[in-house]
Ligand binder design. Structure first.
Ligand SMILES: *Cc1c(COP(=O)(O)O)cnc(C)c1O
Length: 392
């Protein structure tokens, strides 16, 4: 998740800080980064010390690229410094102009990637069950200025990729998926990164798979790869040729090394997440006024998030009350995604969130609960008890 401001745990209460008997209940953050054993990472970075090749597409970069290509089941992977640059440079590499249809129920990055390319976001409402782009509303938003569609696989819920593709073909639109939440997932047995003209992942510290900071764009067309490769390195084509107005968005060798270590264990980590996810489900399923995220039949999930939608009247407490009560007990849940990107103050007066009423409804009621591989099941029970005790 992207909770940069309150993401990192304050550190465990160690014995030297607190005697055992009076140990306070540990704070629980919404997420906690997956890390390999210290020794495994040390071993992985030893070669970097020997070679002194710290960045600019070194050995670790190439190894991770190849490892991810295989793991994700995609034809091409271009590694980037983070997920945002993957989105932003993928759009730039496509040389687009005009409007991009997207959704406002996402992280700032999706909308910013569009706007920072000088493109105009057009906001499509979301499906009330999957929280992803409602394809039934997509076609009505296509104009002669539309150049691309940028849907988001929210919480790992897979977009209606068939409908998006059908409409995109009909109007000759590019499709770039924000797949930051969907690492490692498959839809009907096919790697989620293989859909659209490109799919972009984030390997930020808080995601299911991390390289500390990092990201990737996956695509079929090799020419897009060449453009991306240049754009992530200032647009440099050769020693004496700069052919594009690029950025600096290269993944360095230390991040790639962390990615290589974490990739070895990602299956295990997802397995542990699943246990946490199931515990939540067992505790909260069937409670009146709580809407849990639906499981999609054709998707191999990654258990990235546990969002709960609170219908105040039926449940007896609002999202805000539950959020506050958890915080009092040292538990950081997150209003994710809230606010909608089309209500950000940087866009004041530009967009009308009234045009995306389902997204508005969901963003005012949703709370994602702490979920990470090492979250103790007893803590899940405690979190659920606090939530259920909010009912009046
Ligand atoms: C994390 C995230 C991003 C941005 O990725 P970074 O690696 O943090 O730059 C983009 N979109 C969504 C939906 C995300 O969750």
């Amino acid at each position: 998740m992207d909770g940069r401001h309150f993401r990192q745990p304050q550190g465990r209460m160690t014995d030297s800080m607190q005697p055992e008997e009076t140990e306070m209940e540990e704070k629980i953050m919404v997420t906690r980064s997956s890390m390999p054993e210290f020794g495994e990472y040390m071993e992985e970075i030893r070669e970097i010390w020997d070679s002194r090749w710290l960045t600019n597409m070194g050995v670790k970069h190439r190894e991770l690229q190849e490892g991810l290509r295989e793991y994700l089941g995609v034809e091409n992977v271009e590694l980037l410094s983070n997920g945002h640059m993957a989105l932003e440079l993928t759009l730039q590499a496509m040389n687009l102009q005009g409007e991009v249809i997207t959704t406002p129920f996402t992280f700032a990055s999706t909308t910013h990637a569009i706007v920072r390319n000088g493109l105009e976001p057009v906001f499509c409402d979301i499906d009330p069950v999957t929280y992803t782009m409602d394809p039934g509303r997509l076609e009505g938003l296509v104009t002669d200025r539309t150049c691309a569609v940028m849907p988001v696989h929210v919480y790992g819920n897979v977009c209606d990729v068939e409908e998006v593709e059908r409409i995109a073909r009909k109007y000759e639109l590019k499709v770039v998926y924000d797949a930051a939440h969907a690492f490692g997932e498959t839809y009907r047995g096919r790697g989620i990164g293989s859909f659209g003209d490109a799919s972009c992942f984030s390997f930020h510290a808080t995601k299911v798979f991390n390289s500390i900071e990092g990201g990737a764009s996956c695509f079929r067309d090799g020419r897009l790869g060449e453009a991306l490769y240049e754009l992530k390195n200032f647009g440099i084509r050769g020693p004496e040729e700069v052919s594009g107005v690029g950025a600096n968005a290269k993944m360095n060798e230390f991040c790639a090394a962390m990615g290589l270590c974490n990739l070895r264990h990602v299956g295990e980590e997802i397995g542990k997440r699943r246990k946490v996810w199931e515990r939540y489900r067992g505790n909260l399923e069937g409670v009146e006024g709580l809407v849990l995220n639906a499981v999609q039949g054709d998707v191999e999930p990654n258990y990235a998030y546990f969002p709960v939608l609170f219908e105040e009247r039926q449940f007896g407490a609002s999202r805000g009350e539950v959020y506050g009560r958890l915080l009092e007990k040292g538990i950081c849940a997150r209003k994710y995604f809230y606010p909608l990107t089309n209500t950000f103050s940087c866009f004041r007066g530009k967009y009308d969130a009234g045009q995306t009423p389902v997204a508005l409804h969901v963003s005012r009621r949703i709370l994602t609960l702490p979920l990470y591989a090492d979250l103790a099941l007893e803590d899940v029970d405690r979190i659920c008890r606090i939530i259920l005790d909010c009912r009046v």
